[in-house]
Design a protein around this ligand. Structure first.
Ligand code: NAP
Length: 322
């Protein structure tokens, strides 16, 4: 089958280890299903994999990709949940210490076929295209859990979304707006700030600039470059939800004094559960909100999509079709 896979690691030139070509079909253990992929989407996780984060040399070659939508072996149109819990685990899959994401232990979703535990498929409503549904399992699910589960936000609250161009950030803006939040977004780039307004932000400011109001919560995926600003943006008792460190994890100033004096909460969040993915799908079906697709490419042109993400030349999700 056609697949995008990693053959070697490079932290400086991650695309050197990317191949797009033939791989054997995935093995299908008992209780698993094979999904014939119609669309798959790219995440920063795939670039980390090419850099060797989360993978070992002896696992190579490994098919990349966490996100897919397609048709399962019973003919159902489905969205794939990328968090694979260990056998026997029950409850919140993201808390399973032995969980993995597709492409970390099992072949990933940037392929004609992907095998997953039968529980890891969620019905795709006909209102969502395969391309839209393929955007949901990582970036959009992460945004959903950050806002509503870990952030505890409710209609009327004010949220700051840092780094407006990323897949998680655009999802936070659009889901936040649909849920009745007041959304403020930052970007270093004027054109991206304008796009953030178009997709639902009420206000935009340059990265690091003073905000018009203190916010109830910050959705933080940038890390080092925006951390101080995020802490300073919060009202007393506010919450910072962090799920990524695109600009690096080592902070110049963790702002500890502010955190204790203003009684702030710093909360980690990662991916989401299968049930949260089902709720996200229902939310999109009910609200008409649709993932923002930056570009759609056939899988055999996956390298172009990876290059765009590596250069930060994206606003929304990059989708591959099969
Ligand atoms: N924990 C999880 O489950 C999970 C799930 C998904 C993603 N993630 C992580 O979340 C992060 C975001 O991923 P993504 O794919 O949504 O987006 P991304 O492509 O990594 O970009 C996010 C945004 O970061 C901003 N940025 C990058 N460098 C910056 C800098 N030096 N200063 C200020 N802003 C900077 C950019 O905003 P502007 O250009 O607009 O300023 C960019 O749009 C990644 O690190 C990813 O690994 C984690």
């Amino acid at each position: 089958m056609l697949a995008a896979y990693v053959t070697s690691f490079s932290s400086d030139s991650p695309l050197e280890g990317l191949e797009v070509g033939e791989r054997p079909d995935p093995e299908v253990p008992d209780g698993w299903t094979t999904v014939t992929v119609k669309a798959a989407s790219l995440n920063h996780h795939d670039l980390w994999s090419l850099r060797g984060v989360g993978l070992k040399e002896e696992q190579l070659p490994m098919v990349l990709g966490c996100d897919a939508a397609g048709v399962d072996d019973e003919g159902n149109e489905v969205v794939v949940h990328a968090v694979v819990a260990s056998p026997g685990w029950s409850g919140d899959e993201t808390l399973d210490p032995r969980r993995s994401l597709l492409s970390e232990r099992h072949p990933g979703a940037l392929a004609e076929r992907v095998a997953v535990p039968r529980r890891n498929v969620v019905p795709k409503p006909s209102s969502l295209s395969f391309e839209e549904a393929a955007c949901l399992p990582t970036a959009w699910l992460t945004a959903y859990r950050m806002l509503f589960t870990r952030g505890g936000l409710k209609a009327g609250d004010t949220v700051l979304v840092q780094g407006a161009g990323g897949g998680v950030a655009t999802a936070c803006i659009m889901l936040g707006r649909a849920a009745g939040l007041r959304v403020i977004a930052t970007s270093r780039d004027e054109a991206k700030r304008a796009r953030a307004l178009e997709i639902g932000a009420h206000e935009v400011v340059e990265s690091g600039a003073r905000l018009p109001v203190k916010v109830d919560a910050v959705m933080e995926t940038v890390g080092r470059a925006t951390w101080s600003h995020s802490i300073r943006a919060l009202r007393p008792g506010g919450v910072l939800v962090t799920s990524g460190t695109t600009s690096g994890p080592k902070l110049d100033d963790a702002e500890l004094t502010r955190i204790f004096f203003l009684q702030l909460s710093v909360v980690g969040s990662t991916m989401g559960t299968r049930d949260e993915l089902a709720s996200l799908v229902s939310m999109l079906d009910a609200t008409g909100v649709r993932p923002l697709v930056d570009r759609t490419l056939p899988l055999d042109r996956a390298r172009d999509g990876f290059a765009a993400m590596a250069e930060g030349d994206v606003f929304g999700k990059i989708v591959f079709t099969l």
